[in-house]
Design a protein around this ligand. Sequence first.
Ligand code: TRP
Length: 458
Amino acid sequence: MDPSTGPSRDTWGSKVAFILAAAGSAIGLGNIWGFPTVAGQNGGAAFLLIYLGAVALIGAPVMLAELIVGRRTQRNPVGAFRALAPGKAWVIVGGLGVLTGIVILSFYSVIAGWTLAYIYKTLIGTFREGTDTAAIFSDLAGGAVPAISWHLLFMALTIWVVLGGVRDGIERWTKVLMPLLFVLLAALAVRAVTLSGADAGLTFYLKPDFSKVTGTVILSAIGQAFFSLSLGMGAMITYGSYVSKRDDLVSSAGWVTFADTTIAILAGLIIFPTLFHAGLEPGSGGPGMVFVVLTSLLSSIPPAPYGGVIFGTGFFMLLGIAALTSSVSLLEVVTSWAVDEHGMSRRKAAICFGGVAFVLGIPSALANGAVSWLTSLPGIGMDFLSFTFMLFGQYSLVIGALLISLFVGWVWGVRAAGEEVRENDGRFPLGRTWSFLIRFVAPSAIVAILVKMVADLI
Ligand code: TRP
């Protein structure tokens, strides 16, 4: 079927609106919660360097590849692969993406639910100088009722935004709030690096110790790059499908990557100095670490208690909204699939799959103290949320991105992709570099690291 004859689709209002929406998808808990958590577990500065390399050499090219496939086909991931490789097994990659999106949404909403709870907690002045922030976190995340209720509330918000449709639903939020988040983070970073004991945190974060680099560290860095940039499951295919043919994809991909990476680096500059200031171990504390550390930083902002209340509430509201613009992109992928491929109404699809993700998220909500076997899975030792994150938030995305780069680099081909890029003004800046990265560098780096991981296992 000629992809251009499909039903008419929503498009973004402008190029800027698209960049903001894609940046809204990319910037989220992955930057502020995920990046410091994973960097802390993987040795700090060496991880940061490998992460930056992975973003530039693998993440950015894969982002462009996904956007190209999306704009070309104007389809969801399943429809996109079907349109470009009719009758071939490649649609499975799209299917895997849709599935991965639902599972990521399931635990993403649990963590985002904690964020909503923290808006309320900071507003009522829960955190003061000397408050036991770890105890407050474990009461929230370790209690079945609060954890599930906030998860439910967040999922309901996600569904509500997706129901509004791409343009009105998503665009509006990102315009003002993303820049505001950046300013607030920069202010918090200044505060954090001037704390006593901050030097040790900065050393950990900025002075690489390469003896700590293992296959797992590299895989985690690549996985984190994909997660943070919303790659490997077709979210950017879906967002690219709403881009107008007049807009320039290369600079869009560049801006989104740049904004996302800047926010992650800033988050590290906040978390690590604060962590060392408080005498905590990086890498300890699991999924709650960032919440515990941040609230102790926020509550110390003078004048007490107002500084803490104002900055704390402001911070968690912005983080909640950043999470919402990300979760919306996850639900949007399944929704567009159900609408395009199965003729469901947008409303029914969003409610139905949002509901599925809510149910799938319940074990993750119970995995932080509420139910002990979920908190430490028998034989695995990890909590259910971290384990699901590893399987779907890292491995599945890495494999998805590998298949997408092979598809675009070798099957559909960089020549056809280049034609799509040139649709607007006939130019493809960095086209040769991109071809080389997507055909050779990205696939071989990913395969090498997967082989090494498997070899280490046996
Ligand atoms: N990138 C988002 C974050 O950093 C999460 C996210 C949204 C995502 N959509 C995605 C991750 C698609 C992987 C794939 O918080």
